[in-house]
Design a protein. Structure first.
Lengths: 593, 388
């Protein structure tokens, strides 16, 4: 495969690990120097290292991060190369944020830094991060009533932030003056640039140490290795055509359900993933551009084989087909603001569902079914305008997987996102958290259950306005291999007040007075496997932890628990489960498509 | 030194020619309110197509000069549409370019402004009655060079194009502004041969107009005057309080004081320089001074609006309908304060004339958006540009 000597192979492995370490260091720089909690707390950014030559741009390594970012960042690097072609010089630094320029949604800003070897830009490193404010018609970049991309924020094609080492000041100012929180976003952008600068130093040191030719040879090996590993896995999978489906409740524009259809064809050691049949593009802001869709498809795939090094070699065995003019491959000027997660997560879920019959032991919840509230106003303590997101509201989406219950965080493809500290939020925004706890009987039943839904309740310490966007109320996250769905998402604004508003889809610019309560139920991830085979002692533990009630244990798992002693009545449980099976409940058999 | 009267005439012809150049290049079937001006190295207006915009044009130039400092080259052209820098609307685009009549001295400046077709925001054409704040009205361009050393900057033109529903037409208009500025600059260079003392010429031109202004003010007397005008919102069902003001004339000019009003939650606020523009427009209309051509009057009219508010909208207040609403009220109140016996026609008539001569107001009074007719014309022209 490689033509490398044994010692070269060792060097290649050292270089592969070095590149991943570079990414991790870049990631740390961003985390430790950014201002906004969406970076420093939630970790909603990603870093990657790329190589470029006549064969094109190739992802070499990434930090454990948000996969949907970094696979789409590859297209951003390609876009920069296409746009600037022969106009890339040492000391240049690039920026792009437009979805229709290889991006995803406008808030995902990408900084791309060329690293020169022997006078040519042979490497690029990149930080893509979700900034909290991007101008446009609505604070926070999530315009629930957007009907075209100009309603969503300030669009930036590939531009130079730095030219030959000198900052291009008017471009910096142009970008930053189109955010409502310029000072904070400046800090975040500087953090992204700082990550790239550190990465550039490390990549230059690598080439200095091993020489350009050796590094190039080793990179080829590393990519070939990932390709061979994935082909090896695919070859073990049964040839055939498999289908999966995921459905959005609504299109944010008065339209009904929006299905995503995935057809996975396994043939030999190759895969074709075809989303033909997915809904035509819609009026609301849940359309996805091709780069975003591709990135979400890759994200599902990576979650299936997590021990294979993730780089462009990984994707060589995969052919992707996207229907034109569709919700998974939309045309401008369709709004796309919510696409990274919604419809992105549904793309992941549809693909994952298709794999249910190919690799049943590897599948699990691939959705985060974003439900979020953004509040904005003036913080009386600082006198400054703020836009506060609350990523907590999206957190409890992890489903079960074979061998493990949903663990109370993000689903596997999004697992590098972090639950932010409530105390940090309270420090930065005028919120006071009153509640954050699992809700009983909301977890998706399964042999390995999903994480329960979470109830958040926060008091607003200043008058604010709020935007809510939510999916998954009527189509909550799906279970796998007979596992069920759990509770869906919903919000209540001004809870308990005369103007209380329950939201299961979206609302726009709603006033929440000082001391108003905002409640959210962030839905539960799906279960894995037949709930009737779940170990009764684990069901009992769930009852003790108040994840499920005694009645719920009986209803959902066929487990009978004595209320007085809290012991499992094993005889009654066996009898009840047998009856249930005779009645056709349970789902030990999962039919082929 | 040239004869000031002849020079004033020549410069006046140049700025008039500049907007004719713009109109011809942009070839729009609707009026886009072009303005042109020549400024000396200090940023004082030597010639304007209309003094009604002298305050905001001066502010726009000052913003661009301050942002770039000494970093100017021949062939540069910078743009702004920022309300902090004089614009009344995100689609009101101002271009400034330096001209070196003497390479050893600081540059003179040419400035052009026009309404471009679209720059994002809620609605086509820059009027978004539902805008919550400035960012919702369109892309903000505080200061950026659209051309450097004679070449258009791809990253800037492409950014503008991406943020416009009418990318081709919008860029066509911006290029027409830049080209007209370049032609105007060449004309200015001819009027000021190398080595000429442009600042002295500028002082002489201002001096000429100061005499005319003084004569006009002399008829007013020094008694304090007060007036108020109702703000009429273009969207049915919306109303604002009246704008009231006091006005005092003296030997040094006119002082206008407007008590501070809170910022409106809808886009009826005036950008920081809008109140002065409207006051000057009213004074020149009422006193028959519309033929003034320099920035001299800017130093003779002082508008005090107090704290940031309705008439000096702070960021993030939305402003896109400010001139048509609060600006109109300022205009009417100033004319009424100068009456009786000064203005030959009613304040409303003078406003209509001012609007007709300058802005050809495209706002639909029922919706607060651009009129359907104008919107259709813009879209049709964009299609034409696409085909071309």
């Amino acid at each position: 495969m490689s033509g490398l000597t044994k010692s070269d192979l060792i060097t290649a492995e050292i270089i592969r690990n070095y590149l991943e370490t570079v990414c991790n260091e870049m990631s740390k720089v961003v985390e430790n120097t950014a201002i906004s909690p969406i970076f420093s707390e939630t970790h909603d950014y990603s870093v990657g290292v790329f190589a470029a030559d006549a064969r094109g741009v190739r992802l070499l390594a990434r930090a454990q991060s948000v996969p949907v970012h970094i696979f789409a960042a590859l297209t951003s690097v390609e876009t920069v190369l296409e746009t600037y072609a022969d106009d890339i010089e040492e000391g240049d630094l690039f920026f792009v944020s437009d979805p229709y320029y290889g991006g995803s949604h406008i808030p995902d800003w990408t900084v791309v830094n060329p690293v020169f070897v022997e006078g040519k830009p042979r490497f690029f490193n990149s930080v893509r991060g979700h900034v909290n404010e991007v101008g446009g018609c609505t604070p926070g970049g999530y315009n629930t009533i957007a009907r075209e991309i100009w309603h969503e924020g300030f669009r930036v094609p590939p531009v130079k932030l730095r030219s030959r080492g000198e900052p291009v000041e008017d471009i910096w100012n142009l970008i930053l003056s189109n955010t409502r929180t310029k000072e904070d976003i400046l800090g975040d952008l500087n953090a992204m640039v700082g990550g790239c600068v550190v990465g550039e130093r490390r990549l230059s040191a690598l080439v200095t140490k091993y020489g350009a030719a050796t590094v190039a040879r080793c990179i080829d090996y590393v990519l070939d290795y990932s390709e061979a590993r994935l082909r090896g896995e695919i070859a073990k999978w049964p040839d055939g055509v498999y289908r999966g489906r995921s459905v959005l409740d609504h299109d944010f524009a008065g339209g009904g359900e929006v299905p995503v259809e995935a057809t996975v064809t396994v043939k030999g050691d190759s895969l074709t993933i075809d989303l033909t049949g997915s809904h035509p593009q819609v009026a609301g802001f849940c359309n996805s551009v091709a780069a975003n869709t591709t990135s979400n498809i890759y994200s599902s795939l990576v979650a299936l084989c997590p021990d294979i090094p993730v780089n462009s070699g990984y994707f060589r065995p995969v052919t992707i087909v996207l229907p034109p003019h569709s919700v998974v491959n939309c045309d401008p000027p369709a709004p796309v603001g919510h696409s990274t997660v919604c419809i992105g997560s549904d793309i992941m879920e549809a693909v994952m569902k298709a794999f249910e019959n190919i690799t049943p032991d590897l599948v699990g919840s691939a959705n985060i079914d974003l439900a979020n509230v953004r509040v904005y106003g003036t913080h009386s303590r600082t006198g400054r305008y703020f836009v506060g997101s609350d990523i907590n509201a999206t957190a409890m989406s992890a489903g079960g997987a074979k061998g493990t219950d949903g663990w109370g965080g993000y689903s596997a493809p999004n697992c590098a996102l972090r639950l932010p500290s409530l105390e940090m939020y309270e420090r930065q925004y005028p919120y006071s958290y009153l509640q954050m706890e699992y809700a009983t009987d909301t977890a998706a039943p399964g042999e390995f259950r999903g994480a329960p839904a979470l109830h958040y309740r926060r008091r607003m310490l200043d008058p604010v306005r709020a935007i809510v966007y939510s999916q998954g109320w009527t189509n909550p996250m799906q279970g796998y291999i007979g596992g069920s769905s759990g509770a869906g998402n919903y919000f209540v604004l001004n809870q308990g007040a005369d103007n209380e508003l329950t939201v299961t889809d979206a609302c726009y610019d709603v006033v929440v007075e000082r001391d108003g309560i905002v409640f959210s139920q962030s839905g539960a991830g799906g279960g894995w496997g037949d709930p009737l085979v779940r170990d009764p002692t684990r069901v009992r533990a769930d009852v003790e932890n108040e994840y499920i009630s005694i009645d719920g244990a009986k209803r959902d798992y066929g487990v009978v628990i004595d209320r007085a002693t809290m012991a499992v009545d094993e005889t009654a449980t066996r009898r009840l489960r047998a009856v249930r099976r005779e009645d056709g409940e349970g789902n030990a058999v999962f039919a082929e498509d | 030194m040239s004869d000031p009267t002849a020079l004033a005439k020549a410069l006046g012809a140049l700025v008039d020619r500049a907007i004719a150049d713009y109109d011809q290049a942009a070839a729009l079937s609707w009026r886009s309110a072009p303005q042109a001006a020549i400024f000396d190295a200090r940023g004082e207006a030597l010639a304007l197509t209309s003094v009604a915009a002298v305050s905001s044009l001066t502010a726009s130039l000052a913003t661009l000069r301050n942002f770039f400092g000494e970093k100017w080259e021949p062939g540069d052209a910078a743009i702004t549409n920022d309300a902090e820098a004089g614009a009344a609307n995100a689609c009101e685009m101002t271009v400034a370019a330096p001209i070196w009549v003497d390479r050893a001295a600081p540059p003179m400046w040419v400035v052009l402004r026009a309404f471009i077709p679209d720059l994002g925001g809620w609605e086509l054409g820059g009027y978004s009655p539902q805008a919550l704040d400035r960012w919702a009205e369109g892309a903000r361009i505080e200061a950026v060079k659209v051309a450097a050393a004679g070449k258009y900057r791809r990253e800037v033109t492409e950014t503008i194009a991406l943020n416009s529903r009418t990318p081709r037409l919008t860029l066509c208009c911006i290029r027409a502004l830049v080209d007209a500025a370049r032609s105007l600059g060449e004309g200015v260079e001819k009027e000021f041969p190398t080595g000429g003392d442009a600042t002295a010429q500028s002082n002489a031109l201002h001096s000429l107009e100061n005499q005319r202004i003084a004569q006009a003010l002399a008829q007013l007397g020094s008694a304090p005057r007060v007036a108020a005008a109702r703000v009429v919102a273009p969207v049915t069902g919306l109303s604002l309080e009246s704008v009231s003001l006091s006005l005092r004339c003296g030997a040094n000019g006119i002082d206008i004081t407007v008590p501070p009003s809170p910022v409106a939650s809808l886009p009826f606020n005036l950008g920081r320089h809008g109140a002065a523009d409207c006051a000057i427009a009213a004074i020149t209309a009422a006193l028959d001074l519309t033929s003034l051509r320099t920035g001299a009057i800017r130093h003779r009219v002082r508008v005090e609006t107090g704290a940031p508010g309705l008439l000096a909208a702070p960021l993030p207040a939305s402003v896109c309908l400010g001139r048509a609403t609060v600006g109109k009220a300022v205009f009417l109140a100033v004319v009424d304060a100068l009456a009786p016996g000064v203005a030959k026609t009613s304040s409303e008539e003078l406003w209509q004339t001012y609007q007709a001569n300058h802005y050809d107001d495209p706002v639909d009074p029922q919706t607060g958006k651009i009129t359907p007719h104008r919107a259709a014309a813009i879209r049709a022209r964009e299609v034409q540009e696409m085909r071309a």
